[in-house]
Design a protein around this ligand. Structure first.
Ligand SMILES: Nc1nc2c(ncn2[C@@H]2O[C@H](COP(=O)(O)OP(=O)(O)O)[C@@H](O)[C@H]2O)c(=O)[nH]1
Ligand SMILES: [Mg+2]
Length: 309
């Protein structure tokens, strides 16, 4: 007998288990043994800050919990429900799918982010999803810096049946992007996903490289890139905030994917990012496999963060 495929909710709560149990459990413990007072609210606020939600969000949620409940006994579930509702309010405006606009052919998606954040893997997963939706997808191995990155993208392409435009290691990424755009256009591809190198430690190098890629792309299609997706690794916590700021500056990010939410208790960082930058969140990564990319669901994510069952 085969196991039934888990529902999205099961996958989300399962994937976010570490974030869920860390925060939800601590919140329930905090309020369960005493009446709500100033000290409890303050401790709650600190707990939320430690869970990476950010100072502003923590203050807002603590205030919402305190509202009309001082000197009362509240249940853990009640506080979790308030937490979920407040987080949901912050996340709802950033829940936006990565829409493929068919008037652009190919629709060009530039994928950026620091090394190891999950760019190549996310491209593979996304390409598989789009292929299933009957889009003709092409990939460009724009991380020409590392031979392994080129090989990795070719493996994904082979698995999915998507053509991969690649050159040898050390080639110019911008001319590769140009070549990929021309190939995608010639072959009638609907979507072109372009991988990039993520050498944030060499900011000027990265900036000029991304800048050049975009300039060269525009020679083929003045409206490209049609989406610039920043891939963020949830496990780096607060560091993800500064990555958003950096890549906003160098690449004009249009949306986010947050990866590795399956292995970390730091999923709260997505809430801080949403509150601060208000950038669309398209997908979340919940594992290394081809199916481990879920469309971002604000309500489900908020409930999972709060530890609601
Ligand atoms: N657990 C987990 N691992 C991931 C996820 N996304 C990527 N990875 C892993 O993170 C590592 C770096 O990913 P990669 O795509 O090579 O990052 P890149 O350097 O940005 O292209 C690889 O071992 C991936 O399998 C995810 O959502 N969950
Ligand atoms: Mg890569």
């Amino acid at each position: 007998m085969t196991e039934p495929k888990p529902s999205l909710w099961q996958r989300l709560t399962g994937g976010l288990k570490r974030t869920s149990s860390a925060l939800g459990g601590a919140v329930a413990d905090l309020v369960s043994k005493r009446k709500l007072d100033g000290a409890t609210i303050e401790e709650l606020e600190e707990l939320l800050i430690r869970a990476d939600l950010g100072v502003d969000v923590a203050a807002r949620i603590a205030a919402a919990v305190g509202q009309g409940r001082y000197d009362k006994t509240v249940s853990g579930d009640e506080v979790k429900a308030i937490l979920a509702a407040e987080v949901g309010k912050i996340l709802a405006p950033v829940q936006k799918p990565l829409a493929i606009d068919g008037t652009h052919k190919p629709f060009v998606i530039l994928v950026v982010g620091v090394n190891g954040s999950g760019k190549t893997t996310t491209i593979g997963k996304l390409a598989a999803k789009l292929t299933n939706e009957k889009y003709k997808v092409m990939l460009a191995a724009g991380d020409t810096f590392r031979a392994a990155a080129i090989a990795q993208l070719k493996i994904w392409g082979g698995r999915i049946g998507a053509k991969v435009i690649a050159r040898e290691q050390g080639s110019d990424a911008a001319s590769l992007a140009y070549e990929a755009m021309e190939a995608a256009r010639a072959e009638g591809a609907d979507v072109l996903l372009i991988d990039t190198a993520g050498r944030l430690q060499n900011k000027t190098g990265l900036m000029s490289e991304l800048d050049k890629i975009v300039r060269v792309m525009k020679k083929v299609d003045a409206t490209a890139p049609h989406a610039v997706v920043l891939v963020l690794d949830a496990t780096v916590g607060q560091n993800a905030l500064s990555q958003v700021a950096e890549f906003q500056k160098v690449a004009g990010v249009t949306g986010l994917v947050m990866t590795k939410l399956d292995g970390t208790a730091r999923g709260g960082i997505l809430v801080a990012i949403a509150a601060k930058y208000n950038l669309p969140v398209h997908y979340i990564g919940l594992g290394e496999g081809v199916d481990d990319l879920e469309a971002f669901d604000a309500d489900g994510f908020a409930k999972a963060v709060a530890g609601l069952e």
